[in-house]
Design a protein around this ligand. Structure first.
Ligand code: ADP
Length: 503
């Protein structure tokens, strides 16, 4: 059949109009997805979508009678009519060794475990008009097509529409190209609804959730073997082996680490955050003590509700005495707001004890005798994190001042009688010892500053410089000027331990 020029022109115009409609449909869908992500709190994903699509999507507002599911269904129907297959709205995964590994002869898409709790755009969509009563589960009229698609689920096959919504998959945790170091949290919208006051308070508390792994391993903590073991038993194992911790062995809900400052209490908490994959709330007085009347009490409530929402969670209350000192003991009487905050904290702890929620309170205090008794009762397990033993002190000095170390390309040598120094440093805390080591290492460095300053700029070759060796005398000399910070309180800790420690 011969086509006239006129027919060709009309066909061409019709195709152009069709493509414009397709483009408009695609854009509508992107605008709705952006709106959905923003509304649900997937801010990073929304930003990524906006940037990667380069369509200025934020310029558009979504009418309130339009919803994502309807548009998605419509888009699918349209796509099906045009291509006889359903679109896949996914991002092409970057090939890595891990996702190249075959499983049952097929390539597989590894889903990061942090994404498991996250809500997703529903997979089972409502029925569309065009499918006349049948569900819109991906079906493949063309068998070859179906094979091709199941064989490579990770590849987007929408060449002409380019619905490349990388931001969603990436931020929702389906992307495994780069190992994620930042923790993903569920969006807050499902937790607080539309209450703006609660939203603000939840945002304040959420700032104290560790998103980055603090990267402190148990082995980084020198000594403290008993404390490490007890913390593992109380916090780590119940999450790892829940089947063992039932009935009489049901896990503790609260643990207090107490002892002199600088002995590693915060380090222990950071090791918990590193080792257990729980949501870790690092809370200090500044988070929950609010100058606004009534807010502290609400902050405490929001803190515990958030912890339940993001469970399993660990709430670390650092310097507990500044939040939970004995009630009614402050000079001039206690502020009513502060009393209410304490009562709320006690009530929340009671709530935890009664519940099955996987929320655990880890508290630290340098001044346990100042703590409120009711709070102490609720922190069932109390562990003294004592000054380091002789062996631990020796190991610390060896760790911070080894025979040879390298600092910025310059070798530092030390010739120390570690045994003697371990003995001499009795009463020093871990952080005191670190300070002495630093000061001792500074001595030979200090000697070369003049020489460095006199070197002509541009030809200062640091590698040519040899530092004096740090000696036992240097160390002892520094010690003579750096006294241990807590020696006189040790009796008090021991007395308190015999009265209150639970074993
Ligand atoms: P606190 O008991 O006051 O919470 P930290 O845990 O913050 O003390 O310790 C302060 C610093 O002292 C740590 O960052 C670490 O460098 C050092 N330190 C203290 N105790 C130890 C230890 N047992 N092992 C390794 N480093 C320690």
């Amino acid at each position: 059949m011969e086509l006239s020029y006129q027919t060709l022109k009309v066909t061409h115009q019709a195709r152009e109009a069709g493509e414009m409609r397709a483009e408009a449909r695609r854009k509508n869908l992107l605008i709705l997805i952006l709106h959905y992500l923003t509304q649900e709190g997937y801010i990073d994903a929304a930003n990524a979508l906006e940037q990667e699509t380069k369509q200025g999507l934020r310029r558009f507002e979504v009418c309130d009678n339009v919803d994502l599911e309807t548009i998605l269904t419509e888009y699918e129907s349209y796509y099906f009519v045009k291509f006889q297959k359903y679109p896949k709205i996914i991002r092409k995964a970057i090939e890595t060794e891990e996702n190249k590994m075959p499983r049952n002869g097929k390539s597989r898409r590894v889903v990061n475990d942090t994404s498991q709790n996250l809500p997703r755009i529903p997979q089972h969509r409502p029925q569309s008009k065009t499918t006349s009563g049948k569900t819109l589960e991906p079906k493949h009229p063309n068998k070859d097509n179906s094979k091709q698609e199941t064989d490579n689920t990770a590849s987007a096959e929408i060449p002409d529409f380019g619905l490349n919504i990388s931001g969603i998959t990436k931020s929702m945790g389906c992307e495994n190209a780069q190992p994620r170091r930042v923790r993903l949290l569920k969006p807050l919208s499902a937790f607080i609804g539309m209450n703006s006051e609660m939203r603000e308070l939840a945002a304040v508390v959420s700032r104290d959730i560790y998103l980055q792994n603090p990267n402190i391993k148990w082995n980084d903590i020198i000594g403290l073997d008993a404390a490490k073991q007890l913390v593992k038993e109380a916090v780590v194992y119940p999450i790892r082996y829940p089947q063992l911790f039932t009935g009489i062995l049901s896990p503790w809900k609260g643990l207090l680490l107490y002892g002199p400052p600088g002995t590693g209490k915060t380090l222990l908490a950071k090791a918990v955050a590193t080792e257990c994959k729980t949501t870790f709330f690092n809370i200090s007085a500044s988070t929950i003590v609010s100058k606004w009347r009534g807010d502290s009490e609400k902050l405490v409530r929001v803190l515990f509700e958030l912890a339940r929402y993001h469970a399993p969670s660990t709430i670390f209350l650092d310097e507990l005495e500044s939040v939970m000192s004995q009630r009614g003991t402050s000079l001039g009487g206690e502020h009513e707001g502060s009393l209410r905050m304490k009562t709320e904290l006690l009530m929340q702890m009671d709530g935890l004890a009664r519940s099955e929620d996987l929320v655990f309170v880890l508290a630290a205090s340098n001044l346990p005798w100042e703590l409120d008794y009711a709070m102490l009762r609720r922190l069932e397990k109390r562990i003294l994190v004592d000054l380091p033993s002789k062996e631990a002190r020796q190991a610390m000095i060896r760790h911070w001042l080894p025979a040879v170390s390298n600092s910025g390309g310059i070798e530092l040598h030390a010739e120390l009688e570690y045994g003697l120094l371990g003995q001499e440093t009795e009463g020093y805390s871990g952080s005191d010892i670190k300070l002495v080591c630093k000061e001792a290492a500074m001595r030979p460095v200090r000697k070369i500053f003049n020489a460095l300053e006199n070197l002509q700029s541009g030809n200062s070759n640091l590698h040519a410089i040899r530092l004096d060796t740090v000696t036992t005398e240097d160390f002892l000399d520094v010690m003579a000027h750096t006294k241990p910070s807590v020696k006189n309180l040790i009796q008090k800790y021991s007395a308190w331990q015999s009265d209150y420690e639970s074993v």
